[in-house]
Design a binder for this molecule. Structure first.
Ligand code: SAH
Length: 403
């Protein structure tokens, strides 16, 4: 068993955690013999190595007797092997390709932001700040020189103020949204807790301060591990207020996330990939809308707002000729305003092109008309400028192509 699983079980068996219905439950069914061999002191030393030192090589842990170190390495297997690192956006975006122990491939993306970007994104109200320009300066395939150097290479006067990890939670995805590269892969399996925390640990080594669950996969299909990863992120010093969990819109999953947030006091943000204001349009973009139509999704999202008092982010990608008319904007405003005002804000995502897909981005003028229509109905709107498109690392482009 990996150390983070051991620790999570320990937390769960000594305390309480929430179950599907939101009631608290204890997890006393874990096998206590698994960690009976590790004293409290060892657990805390290992915790310090993993979460604070970010070090998984027991041979270097000089505060632990040498004969024990080798034994301890069984708790820290290499679950992610970095097979490729690509740099985009002039050094501000890094995409990692990881191989898992069963040979599966996943990707995660790190996006670095600077003071001026930061204030800009606050003004725009960006939830996660993925930000764009496809500047054609692709440096894809170049290896990363050294932590932080990429920022310095670019402009020494720029101070990196935050960096966001876009984390994957599944190998592939079962949601099959036709505009998304990951959706074309189908689902292979959920990621384990160590596969999640290793993405975080490796990103911490790059100075990551924020996490968005917007990589490959659907978080509500892997909820127990997502919740455990939020606990782990906290131990890494990445607090829930800097975490966004994005879902295609599964009501039960949204309800559980609300309960988890309230009971365990993790104030993460919730994002819903709505992408349409009518079922007619959403059915085309999100196959699972046939099972969970807009009203059910928004009722759950509104309940999340009520329980947590945190405004929900409604993601809306603009696909040319599909969901980008002024009428669609009014439809969206209507379904949001029907539930109340100021409980959600709309984050417009310009569509990133995906190979072999029939979906294309709307032009700027159409986007502006759409945004103004929403604003005229009192909706707070932000625009996400996508990052990493020069290395196929932008939203919806993660497909884990082997190198
Ligand atoms: N499964 C989750 C999280 C993964 S995708 C979800 O559906 O929310 C993260 C976001 O990127 C979602 O809003 C998704 O709809 C969006 N996305 C997918 N493909 C895209 C594309 N080609 N261009 C822009 N955004 C895309």
């Amino acid at each position: 068993m990996h150390f983070v699983e051991l620790l999570n079980n320990k937390i769960a068996s000594s305390g309480t955690s929430i179950n599907q219905s939101g009631t608290t439950t204890s997890h006393k069914n874990q096998d206590p013999s698994e960690h009976a061999t590790l004293s409290k002191m060892r657990m805390s030393q290992l915790s310090n190595q993993y979460f604070a030192q970010l070090n998984i090589d027991p041979n270097t842990w000089t505060n632990i007797p040498k004969d024990e170190r080798e034994q301890l390495s069984e708790y820290f297997p290499e679950v992610l092997k970095t097979v490729n690192k690509q740099i985009g956006d002039g050094g501000d975006t890094i995409k990692y390709l990881y191989e898992l122990t069963d040979g599966s491939l996943i990707e995660s993306v790190i996006m670095k932001y600077y003071d001026e970007d930061f204030s800009d994104s606050i003004n725009k109200g960006s939830t996660d700040g993925r930000s764009v320009p496809n500047n054609n300066n692709s440096t894809a395939g170049r290896s990363v020189p050294n932590k932080n150097n990429s920022a310095n290479d670019k402009d020494v006067s720029k101070k990196e103020s935050r960096a966001t990890l876009c984390i994957s939670c599944q190998v592939g995805c079962a949601m099959a949204c036709p505009f998304c590269a990951t959706g074309k892969l189908g689902l292979k399996r959920n990621l384990s807790l160590p596969e999640l925390t290793e993405q975080i640990r490796l990103a911490k080594l790059e100075g990551v301060t924020n996490i968005v669950f917007m990589g490959m996969g659907e978080p509500t299909q892997n909820l127990k591990n997502i919740e455990a990863a939020v606990r782990a992120a906290d131990k890494f010093g990445i607090f829930a207020k800097n975490i966004t969990i994005s879902t295609v819109g599964i009501p039960d999953g949204i309800n559980e996330l609300a309960d988890f947030s309230v009971y365990e006091k993790f104030p993460f943000r919730l994002a819903i990939s709505l992408h349409a204001g009518t079922n007619l349009t959403r059915d085309k973009l999100i196959p699972i809308n046939k099972k969970y139509p807009i009203d059910e999704v928004l009722d759950a999202a509104f309940a999340f707002f009520k329980k947590t008092t945190r405004r929900v982010s409604i993601e809306y990608l603009l696909a040319k000729g599909v969901n980008d008319t002024e009428k669609e904007a009014y439809n969206l405003a209507k379904v949001l305003n029907r539930r109340g005002s100021n409980w959600a804000h709309v984050n417009i995502i310009p569509l990133n092109e995906v190979e072999g897909s029939d979906y294309f981005p709307s032009d700027k003028a159409t986007q502006d008309v759409f945004i103004n229509a929403l604003k005229s109905k009192g909706i707070f709107v932000t625009v996400r400028e996508s990052r990493g498109s020069d290395i196929d690392g932008a939203c919806g482009q993660l497909a884990s192509k082997p190198v």
